[in-house]
Design a protein around this ligand. Structure first.
Ligand SMILES: *[C@@H]1O[C@H](CO)[C@@H](O)[C@H](O)[C@H]1NC(C)=O
Ligand SMILES: *[C@@H]1O[C@H](CO)[C@@H](O)[C@H](O)[C@H]1NC(C)=O
Ligand SMILES: *[C@@H]1O[C@H](CO)[C@@H](O)[C@H](O)[C@H]1NC(C)=O
Ligand SMILES: *[C@@H]1O[C@H](CO)[C@@H](O)[C@H](O)[C@H]1NC(C)=O
Length: 408
């Protein structure tokens, strides 16, 4: 195993907002072009919408990304659109009865929702093992392109969140938005997006209930995905990180193919620990009360649906870009800066198609946790987006395994 030690930059805190958020937490760009400029509720029903703005506010007011028309997630990563439980954000509305169980978890660092249901209602192809979506993607414009996420959980107003990840299949999903951070746990690590094949229960551990439970809970903070702590003789905690194993062939500017291997050959079977939930409040189900007939494929309304016309005011003027601080400091922790620099000459263009997406999923050697999915463990990596796969390969090649030493 190769380790290198990184001292996290100490300048993580940026004070720029009424409530200050650490650097790297609040998204500073504009919303994607298909999105309304800020989250809004109610909006008229539009089941043909291409809007890509998720809000993750509560067990009955959240959104997911799913295909615009029936397809598998890996085939449509760049094109997914927003589907919301409420008529909001100009997005498509999820019909009542879609979910068979939901857990809405609030932790000190992130909001996380896990759920089961019939997600073919969201145009996900039956039997799709699913895939992973995040704001990075092949071009850095996100998967889906221009996809954005907000939450009111941090402070009661809509905050645009820079780092999030969604695993979703035809029967289950888990989504995390990282609305807080500290020097130990920068948002980009707490919402680390490179363990595509590991599945929800590994990447976003927590209490996964069988279908039938709808609950809102507090929860302990997990370690960032793939991090395993060790306390040394001096009482220092360090973390080793698991990197998803895959191999491929990369053809440089000189036309020479070079095989590479990235990550651990032994895949861990479980996260370092499973955070507990507490203070859970359960309910029978969730419902927006909108008649199914108004939510059929391609349905378009002319006004907000009954019950929403006057009630809920637009949920707040989102806050825009306050944090002026440079993210550069925290970026360095993962080695991604140097990865870009080191690899850029040879890497970028020629990798398309050579990465061998199939190598990713197949070569992990650990046992899969039972029932794990979307998702489901084994979800393909890079399928339909070999550009992203190549980019991940090069990044991981350089960052490899990192141990992060904490100074106490
Ligand atoms: C929207 O998403 C894009 C792509 O990930 C990002 O560059 C931008 O900062 C996001 N904007 C907001 C307000 O979340
Ligand atoms: C519905 O969404 C589509 C795609 O984004 C858009 O072209 C159309 O104008 C929308 N219709 C209404 C009534 O908002
Ligand atoms: C999911 O819902 C669709 C219709 O919305 C239905 O045809 C299908 O049988 C359902 N699947 C399951 C597993 O219940
Ligand atoms: C960050 O938060 C975690 C979880 O509360 C804590 O264990 C850690 O010591 C904190 N790091 C710093 C630098 O405060």
């Amino acid at each position: 195993m190769v380790f290198f030690v990184l001292l996290l930059a100490s300048s993580v805190l940026a004070i720029a907002r009424a409530v200050s958020f650490p650097a790297g937490v609040i998204a500073t760009g504009t919303q994607g072009v298909t999105n309304p400029p800020v989250p809004t509720m109610p909006t008229t029903i539009n089941q043909t919408s291409m809007a890509r703005l998720l809000s993750l506010n509560s067990i009955d007011d959240f959104c997911l990304f799913a295909p615009p028309s029936l397809a598998s997630i890996p085939d449509t990563e760049t094109e997914e659109v927003a589907w919301c439980t409420m008529p909001r954000n100009n997005a498509r509305v999820i019909p009542d009865g879609t979910f068979s169980g939901l857990s809405f978890l609030k932790t000190d660092f992130y909001v996380q929702i896990m759920g089961t249901g019939n997600l073919t209602n969201l145009n996900i192809a039956p039997h799709d093992d699913g895939g992973e979506l995040d704001p990075h993607g092949a071009t850095g414009a996100g998967n889906p392109i221009g996809g954005n996420v907000t939450t009111t959980v941090a402070n009661g107003i809509d905050e645009p969140i820079a780092e999030w990840m969604l695993y979703i299949s035809d029967t289950e999903f888990c989504i995390r938005a990282c609305y807080f951070a500290n020097e130990t746990y920068p948002a980009k690590f707490m919402c680390w997006h490179e363990l595509d094949v590991m599945g929800c229960e590994f990447v976003m551990p927590g209490t996964y209930n069988p279908p039938g439970t709808f609950e809102t809970c507090d929860a302990d903070v997990a370690y960032p995905p793939g991090w395993y702590p060790t306390v040394n003789a001096n009482g220092q905690t360090s973390f080793s990180t698991f990197a998803q194993f895959f191999t491929g062939v990369f053809t440089g500017g000189n036309g020479q193919p070079t095989p590479y291997t990235v990550g651990d050959t032994v895949t861990p079977t479980a996260p370092a620990f499973i955070p507990s939930s507490s203070n859970c409040v359960t309910q029978a189900t969730i419902s927006n009360g909108i008649a199914p007939a108004l939510l059929t494929a391609n349905a378009v309304g002319t006004a907000p649906p009954p019950g929403f016309s006057t009630s809920v005011a637009a949920s707040g003027a989102a806050s825009g870009s306050a944090s002026a601080s440079t993210p550069a400091g925290s970026e360095s922790a993962g080695g991604s800066g140097s990865a870009g620099a080191g690899a850029s000459n040879t890497a970028t263009p020629t990798n398309k198609g050579t990465g061998g997406a199939s190598a990713g999923a197949g070569s992990s050697s650990g046992a899969a946790p039972t029932g794990s999915s979307p998702a489901r463990r084994g979800a393909r990596v890079g399928h339909g987006s070999d550009g992203e796969f190549a980019a991940i390969a090069l990044l991981s090649l350089v960052s490899g395994l990192a141990a992060i030493v904490l100074l106490h």
